[in-house]
Design a protein around this ligand. Structure first.
Ligand SMILES: [Zn+2]
Length: 91
């Protein structure tokens, strides 16, 4: 399991292994304490994490905003859960 978080310093999205406590921000080099960073979504694989991070950056850039609303966060989680169910049943 991977957790998508955001660097509190430079607001770059990144992800960590579920049990990791610290992460070095790939953009600004800050040591992010995972428990203090805003968490967005739990995903199964680092590939999912990677593509969601890219989607989030693109989405916010398009909307010219710098954060998701709580409703968008819930929708992101719901969409991912649905996508996972669909993928599992396709196997
Ligand atoms: Zn940073």
């Amino acid at each position: 399991m991977y957790l998508i978080i955001r660097c509190p310093g430079c607001l770059t999205f990144t992800y960590v292994d579920r049990y990791q406590q610290w992460k070095l921000c790939p953009a600004c080099g800050e040591s992010i304490k995972v428990s203090n960073a805003p968490a967005y979504i739990d995903v199964k694989t680092h590939r999912d994490a990677d593509s969601i991070v890219r989607e989030l950056e693109k989405y916010l850039h398009k909307k010219k905003r710098n954060n998701l609303t709580p409703i968008e966060k819930r929708k992101l989680n719901a969409d991912y859960a649905q996508w996972m169910r669909k993928n599992v049943s396709d196997l």
